[in-house]
Write a protein that binds this ligand. Structure first.
Ligand SMILES: [Zn+2]
Ligand SMILES: [Zn+2]
Length: 280
């Protein structure tokens, strides 16, 4: 058990993003786009302790990634890893002593975790995705990505588990009621990954040791969780497929080196639709 990783999505979608990655002794959050009290409530339900959380990494300045940041980091005096541009464009007010600026591709060591940021395409000032490594186990958080560029592919290929954006279904977006400019923005090279793009990335670049894929940042209006679950199940090839909810936390998943052993850590709340769905 020691030196493997535990992961969960506390919320995922354009209404708020917060991802937890940790080992037995320490953890980090990627983004804090739901309120501090929701983060506390959801972690408590999962049996996760805020006291293990040592830092928050901020991917970009869109509200759905930062709305809970100020209150959470002040309350727990959590260091925030961010870039100058994200801080400035997001007009994020943080206590100065909590701010650390990170540099792309320079790993940051927090206890036994090592976190690497890499730049990707998205319509934000200075957007990054992250890979968290612990004892050679890697988990990536890949959301808010316009196009699956070389950086995304290179890092996806290293991951034992990944949160991967599957934002929209092409047909639902096309036939939906969004104005043309918004459809173009979402579909564009700096928008979001479609189900099709995510599936192509997965089937073409999935490493043999990948055990879990958490489909993330699903659009409320242009996607359907059951559609995504079905689509990815058809191509799973032994990988556990989980659709992260816009409304509640997923279970905690244990990521370790021996493949094909799935140990859901939390057994309570399986009666809720999300978890019942997750364990199908
Ligand atoms: Zn977002
Ligand atoms: Zn965004």
């Amino acid at each position: 058990m020691l030196m493997s990783l535990f992961i969960t999505s506390l919320n995922s979608g354009s209404n708020g993003n917060c991802y937890y990655v940790g080992n037995e002794t320490e953890a980090i959050l990627v983004d804090a786009g739901i309120s501090c009290s929701e983060i506390e409530k959801r972690m408590k339900r999962l049996g996760l302790s805020m006291h293990k959380v040592k830092a928050v990494f901020v991917s970009h300045e869109h509200t759905d990634h930062i709305s809970g940041l100020q209150v959470l980091t002040k309350k727990y005096q959590l260091p925030v890893y961010i870039t100058h541009a994200t801080l400035r464009y997001g007009r994020i007010r943080l206590q100065k002593h909590l701010i650390t600026f990170f540099t792309a591709l320079e790993p940051i060591v927090i206890g036994n975790l090592s976190i690497t940021a890499f730049p990707k395409f998205h319509d934000a000032a200075d957007p990054y995705s992250f890979v968290v490594c612990c004892n050679q186990i890697k988990v990536g958080v890949f959301t808010d990505i316009g196009t699956p560029c070389k950086n995304v592919i290179d890092h996806f290929q290293q991951c034992h588990a990944a949160f991967l954006e599957a934002n929209y279904d092409d047909t639902m977006l096309e036939q939906g009621g969004y104005p043309y400019f918004l459809k173009s923005r979402i579909r564009g090279d700096k928008g979001h990954l479609s189900n099709k793009q995510a599936l192509e990335l997965f089937t073409a670049h999935k490493p043999s040791f990948m055990s879990h894929l958490l489909l993330s940042h699903l659009s409320k209006n242009n996607n359907c969780p059951h559609l995504v679950q079905q689509l990815f199940n058809e191509h799973a090839d032994g990988v556990k497929m989980i659709v992260a909810s816009r409304y509640q936390e997923t279970a905690v998943y244990h990521i370790h080196n021996s493949n094909n052993i799935d140990v859901p850590i939390q057994h309570h709340r399986v009666s809720s639709p999300q978890l019942a769905f997750a364990f199908v």
